[in-house]
Design a protein around this ligand. Structure first.
Ligand code: FAD
Length: 389
């Protein structure tokens, strides 16, 4: 196991208070002791380590990693640090936090009734039950606003029909927040328990990224749910977007964690790998590459800290959240590629960490709004013209 390096050239981490540091340390203990020793094997076998998901709940990291006002006790900075640290260990485990906590739990918190909150929130936070967020469809990804799944009113029930794709936790039992078009043509959120007749979740196989968590293809054929399972606050796509906006910054922190894992592995490797009779680290060009990686890493740290400070102050805009995700996932991609190359052939071995992170970054580059969609949101704010109406 590589010891954490804590790269901090701008001194940002020095100022973290004890409380936030305690959350971060709990995540670090989980990563070092429980995730890193086993995760490459799960990733390789494409198995979902549900015992680690349960540990995320037991250690309160599902709640810590998302920050919901009035529900999570910690600051938004602590939530970011937890996301960063868990991603430093493994992208699939960070995705559990993003999906079960950041999306499913948050939908219920932001848009649910008191009864729905009482029924689900604590249970999902502890990982006693599983939560999923079903927005994307096979034919609607970036334009999920055009989704086609329907929820027809029939007496005091809703009847759901349609397909969802890429839904993390969508096939392991639990509850899925399904976004569907109601009789009024608007997008609404519905809590659909996965044992509902007519709900089928099939694991998407042969993925090349995030192989230690399962995403599902969901089929809904006349799945009947009681009227009280509709989220009362989810009445148009604007409400869906409120949930999505809140999680975008978490993906930026996640990218930072992936990049740190790649950087610290590359530094460690460069110091101990001998070629031409001396460590790689002694060559000027290797030092220049490490310096470049550190410089890129620092720009990610600065943007994460600053945007989180704005989030804490309640002044974070949608464009700023997009700028953070856009900058961090594309920079993490560059750092991972550099680290992989620095390690030569060993860079493609799963046991050496970097290849797994490199693959996983591809998924976070795409989910919760692709790089291009983030660029178009930023571009709209620069020009005043939307290029994706
Ligand atoms: P498309 O929308 O088809 O995009 C393909 C390419 O076209 C991209 O490069 C995109 O940027 C580009 N593009 C699209 N529109 C434009 C445009 N107007 N102009 C220029 N370029 C454009 N969804 C959920 O609901 N719940 C989940 O739990 C979930 N988990 C996921 C986990 C993983 C591992 C992955 C890969 C995806 C997950 N998703 C989930 C879905 C994810 O949010 C979508 O994959 C994402 O929104 C992109 O949609 P798409 O894959 O259909 O790509």
């Amino acid at each position: 196991l590589v010891e954490p390096l804590n790269p901090d050239p701008a001194g940002l981490f020095e100022s973290i208070n004890d409380d936030d540091r305690a959350h971060w340390n709990r995540a670090r203990g989980f990563v070092q002791d429980e995730v890193l020793p086993v995760i490459a094997d799960y990733w390789d076998r494409s198995e979902y380590p549900l015992h680690l998901v349960r540990r995320l709940g037991e250690l309160d990291l599902l709640r810590d990693g998302i920050n919901i006002d009035g529900f999570s006790a910690q600051s938004k900075l602590a939530a970011g640090l937890v996301m960063m640290e868990v991603s430093r260990g493994d992208g699939s485990m960070a995705t559990v936090i993003a999906v079960q906590g950041g999306l499913a739990l948050r939908s219920i918190d932001l848009l649910g009734s008191d009864e729905q909150k009482a029924r689900w929130m604590a249970s999902l936070a502890r990982a006693d039950e599983y939560g999923a967020f079903g927005l994307t469809e096979p034919t609607h990804g970036s334009d999920s606003v055009s989704l086609e799944t329907t929820a027809r009113t029939e007496g005091d029930t809703f009847v759901l029909n349609g397909h969802k794709k890429w839904i993390g936790n969508g096939s392991i039992g639990g509850v899925t927040v399904i976004w569907a078009r109601g009789d009024d043509g608007q997008v609404h959120g519905y809590l659909v328990e996965q044992n509902t007749p007519g709900y089928t979740g099939r694991v998407i196989e042969r993925k090349s990224a995030l192989r230690a968590i399962w995403q599902a293809h969901i089929e809904l054929i006349d799945a009947v749910i009681p009227a009280e399972n509709k989220l009362p606050g989810g009445n148009s796509f604007k409400d869906t977007s409120r949930v999505l906006l809140a999680t975008r910054l978490g993906v930026a922190w996640s990218a930072l964690g992936h990049a740190i894992a790649c950087y610290e592995t590359a530094v460690h490797y460069a110091k101990q790998r001998i070629q031409f009779g001396r460590p790689l680290a002694a060559s000027q060009i290797v030092q220049e590459r490490l310096a470049r990686m550190l410089s890129e890493l620092t720009s990610m740290q600065l943007i994460c800290f600053q945007m989180t400070a704005r989030d804490e102050a309640g002044t974070l805009t949608s464009e700023q959240a997009s700028l953070a995700k856009y900058t961090c996932t594309r920079t993490a991609r560059v750092i991972a590629a550099n680290a992989r190359d620095l390690m030569g052939g060993n860079g493609i071995l799963l046991d050496n960490r970097v290849a797994r992170h490199m693959a996983d970054i591809e998924a976070i580059h795409t989910y919760e709004g692709t790089e291009t969609m983030q660029a178009l949101i930023i571009g709209r704010s620069i020009t005043g013209v939307s290029a994706f109406v």
